[in-house]
Design a binder for this molecule. Structure first.
Ligand code: AP5
Ligand code: MG
Length: 368
């Protein structure tokens, strides 16, 4: 993931794939222009990198000329093609290969084609590293195409977004999907699970409760469950490495999610950093940490009450409940500062009717 002028882009085509595509274009041009002495007309700025690679693969003699044109403003094609450096060379009766970085709507190609006709060339061919068939509105043939791509906005390898990104060796695509990732925070019994079950419906999010995943594994006597059980029964935290790997696997189960509600994760700084890295890889981030604030004695009361029916061993014993709360203050509460520093922390009163609290949480989420 990279950020250019405030927009996020994710890697889309690697340098290796690009060089492979250029190899293939070079093979075709070497075949078609064997023994000829063409003029390569490079369309600046975008085609500089493609031209450098392509021409280093040309096996005969050639001349190289430049023109400079643009049709983009930001990420949108303006439809207006501007010529900044006009054609100066005499191309009459010459064989010309136009080197373009990308053919999009075809407006630039139209202008260049007119230019070739006016210049009285013997023959011209167009070589473009990228071609967007979905956006192309013209009839002119593009003779050599490196890669056909969908109509997304791309940067890198000569292409820019408002001046930046041309130097990148890979192609990056504008990231348009916006995920809403929430960390639902608070001590044991604060109501994280209760509220998550409403919020996931309301906002179409995937709810991941690390405690629930551990309990599922314990119930099914998996290796992970056996390992986690000894910690959970005492009200201690399961080691970070185990928890982080498990969370990562849960996130990977729904790659197209609209966003996640993380309930009970992160609980340590290491987990918070791992979550940041995991989401960054996916081109997204934590939108907010929303904490449910509830007094300790209310928590103990709620959990003892739930312990009568939940079958949760860590709810059955007041000493274990108090240890969970202590572990929260000793090891987890510190994360409030972690998210406050990023301006992502929101505290919400977690005492009251359940639906009232959902409304309080929603008013935070709706403003994100
Ligand atoms: P976990 O399952 O996450 O438990 P917890 O944090 O102790 O929290 P709870 O699930 O008990 O409470 P909750 O806030 O979800 O409240 P709930 O909605 O259920 O973790 C369990 C263990 O797993 C940990 O101790 C640890 O060992 C391990 N673990 C998990 N994640 C880990 C991680 N990231 N790293 C390391 N170890 C990890 O509500 C509680 C009760 O209150 C319910 O009975 C509910 O009905 C009631 N209630 C809810 N809201 C209200 C309200 N407004 N008014 C009255 N009652 C209410
Ligand atoms: Mg819970």
């Amino acid at each position: 993931m990279i950020t250019l002028n405030g927009l996020q882009f994710q890697e889309y085509i690697s340098e290796k794939e690009l060089l492979h595509a250029i190899d293939e274009v070079a093979v075709a041009i070497n075949r078609d222009f064997k023994g000829k002495q063409p003029v390569f007309l490079v369309v600046l700025n975008g085609a500089y990198k493609f031209a450098t690679e392509l021409l280093s693969r040309f096996e005969g003699d050639c001349e190289i000329e430049f023109i400079k044109m643009s049709s983009y403003d930001g990420t949108a094609s303006t439809g207006q093609v501007q010529t900044h450096i006009p054609l100066e060379a005499d191309l009459e009766e010459r064989e010309v290969v136009v080197i373009e970085d990308i053919v999009d709507s075809g407006n630039t190609i139209e202008k260049i084609t007119q230019m070739m006709v006016t210049a009285g060339v013997n023959k011209y061919r167009i070589a473009s590293l990228f071609f967007k068939p979905g956006s192309y509105t013209k009839e002119y043939k593009i003779h050599y195409v490196g890669l056909e791509i969908p109509s997304d906005f791309i940067v890198g390898y000569g292409l820019d977004y408002n001046g930046l990104g041309r130097n990148l060796n890979a192609i990056y695509k504008l990231k348009t999907t916006k995920m809403t990732n929430l960390v639902l925070f608070g001590p044991p019994g604060a109501g994280k699970g209760t509220q998550a079950s409403f919020l996931k419906e309301k906002y179409n999010l995937i709810h991941i409760s690390t405690g629930d995943v551990f309990r599922y594994n314990i119930k099914n006597a998996t290796e992970l469950g056996t390992l986690a059980k000894s910690y959970i029964d005492k009200g201690q935290l399961v080691p970070d490495t185990v928890t982080i790997d498990m969370l990562s696997a849960e996130v990977d189960k729904t790659p197209d999610a609209n966003g996640f509600i993380f309930d009970g994760f992160p609980r340590t700084t290491a987990q918070a950093e791992a979550l940041d890295a995991l989401l960054e890889e996916k081109g997204t981030q934590v939108a907010a940490m929303i904490a449910l604030e509830v007094d300790d004695e209310i928590l103990v009361k709620r959990l003892l009450e739930r312990g009568k029916t939940s079958g949760r061993k860590d709810d059955a014993d007041e000493a274990v409940i108090r240890n969970r709360i202590k572990v929260y203050y000793d090891e987890t509460a510190i994360l409030k500062g972690y998210y406050q520093k990023q301006d992502k922390y929101y505290g919400v009163d977690g005492v009251g009717e359940i639906n009232e609290i959902t409304t309080r949480l929603s008013s935070v989420i709706d403003k994100l």
